[in-house]
Design a protein around this ligand. Sequence first.
Ligand code: IPM
Ligand code: MG
Length: 364
Amino acid sequence: MNCKIALIPGDGIGPEIVGEAKKILDKVCSVYGHTFTYEEVLLGGASIDVHGVPLTEEAIETAKGADAVLMGSIGGDAKTSPWYQLEPSKRPEAGLLAIRKALNLFANLRPAYLYDELKGACPLKEEVIGDGFDMIIVRELTGGLYFGERRTVEENGVRKAIDTLTYDEKEIRRIAVKAFEIAGKRRKKVTSVDKANVLDSSRLWRKVVEEVAAQYPEIELEHMLVDNCAMQLVHNPGQFDVILTENMFGDILSDEASMVTGSIGMLSSASLNETKFGLYEPSHGSAPDIAGKGIANPIATILSAAMMLRFSLDLDQEADAVEAAVQQVLKDGYRTVDIMSDGMKQIGTKEMGDRIAQYIERKD
Ligand code: IPM
Ligand code: MG
């Protein structure tokens, strides 16, 4: 199979971890006889340094012309980086929001599960962990507060800032459909998270989610208020299968869920549009404090590449092989510093990539 992949190394540890993910994809190609061609796309600080803006039209066109996009991470240290001297619409994060919108990536999938091998890193007590947990957060990504009208004004000498939170029923319906479809392939439960005791947008959210749920009688639906959900994630994470929520709540809850696993360096994510096209990136940030040190964990990006193989390229066997290779390296006791524990062997970014690549083999 011939595929065109747009690569966005980005900022901070981005280039290092994308380099390892590419190593894995190259190995997949040689083992399974595929040809992937790569085109690099600048986004975030890397684009500001070259073009003065965090995303260009050409970058969008290159991404659109690919079969899928694999990204590292963007952004720098807001206190020290000159990127944050720019006005907000020119900063690295604005580029990320713009590419999500331009590619219509409305569905952000963020799995959060407990690795058996990494149970020791989970900050929860054993009785809370129970049999472990395995959830996926389905976050609406192109609407809500992130994309509503905003401005800062001064009225009678008083500064005032306005952000608006809007959702129409079409935006709610399409993300709800994604969540129910995903739940159908998992444990068949959707927890829709909102703030319907306060917000109109949440009340509409609930109604539309219920209309969608009527089409999926085999799937259990529950509604949960976002503040309660934040508590439940640390109180009883095993209750969740698919969490469906709007943009801002999803941003916050997905960070919480990933922290609860104790291994944020392991968690992948996918942002999809209506077709098979998607942008794949680790759930973690650009970690500028450890950039260039060769110690970042590349596994989240490698697993994001596996998601890309599965969702955008229909290469399930290959995705299985990558996931199995990651599992094997963990079983062998190799760890990057973020997931290191007693008795394990600590290795750096490159060696982790090399070891995972070594284990990629055909199963048939
Ligand atoms: C994320 C990030 C982004 C977001 C930032 C970098 C704009 O936190 O992908 O969760 O808030 O969506
Ligand atoms: Mg976030």
